[in-house]
Design a protein around this ligand. Structure first.
Ligand code: ZN
Length: 157
C-alpha cells in the first residue's frame, strides 16, 4: 500500500463560477484559475499522483496548455485514475478537507461525493469530504480564497 497527500488553494474572484467537487455552487464569487479551478478535485489529483510518485497536476496538465483552459477538473481526475491504473494501482480511499469560510457547503457535500465516486469508479463510502471554516483567520478564513487538502491510499490491483 502507498499513501499520497494533496493540497491546493485558489483565489476567490468576481465573474467566475464556484465549482467544488464538480458541483456548481450559487455564490457571488468563484475560484480563479486556468481550468474550472475546482480546488477540491485538484487536491485529490495531487494526492493520487503523489501516492505513486508521479509528480503533480501541473506536470501532467500544465496551465500553459490551451487544452486545459476552463477544463472540467473531473475529466482530469478521470485521466489521473486511468494513469495509475496503467501503473497497476487502485484507490482504497480518499479523505479530504475543504476549507471555506463562505458559502456554507454542507448542502452540497453529498453531490460532490457522488461526482467523485462516478468519476473514480469508487463506492461512496470510499470518499470522504469534510467542510471546515478557517475561523476567520488568514486569506481563506477572510473569504479571499478556498483551500483543499486530500489524502489517498492506493494498493496494487
Ligand atoms: Zn488548482
Amino acid at each position: 500500500m502507498r499513501i499520497g497527500i494533496g493540497y491546493d488553494i485558489h483565489k476567490l474572484t468576481e465573474n467566475r463560477d464556484l465549482i467544488l467537487g464538480g458541483v456548481k455552487i450559487p455564490f457571488e464569487l468563484g475560484l480563479l484559475g486556468h481550468s474550472d479551478a475546482d480546488v477540491l478535485v485538484h487536491s485529490i489529483i495531487d494526492a493520487i499522483l503523489g501516492s505513486v510518485a508521479m509528480r503533480d497536476i501541473g506536470y501532467h496538465f500544465p496551465d500553459t496548455n490551451e487544452k486545459y483552459k476552463n477544463a472540467n477538473s473531473l475529466k482530469l481526475l478521470e485521466k489521473t485514475c486511468k494513469m495509475i491504473k496503467e501503473k497497476g494501482y487502485k484507490i482504497i480511499n480518499i479523505d479530504t478537507n475543504i476549507i471555506c469560510q463562505k458559502p456554507k457547503l454542507s448542502g452540497y457535500i453529498e453531490e460532490m461525493r457522488k461526482n467523485i465516486s462516478k468519476t473514480t469508479n469508487l463506492e461512496l463510502n470510499q470518499i470522504s469530504i469534510k467542510a471546515k471554516t478557517n475561523e476567520n483567520q488568514d486569506s481563506t478564513g477572510q473569504g479571499h480564497s478556498i483551500t483543499a487538502q486530500a489524502v489517498v491510499l492506493v494498493d496494487f490491483i
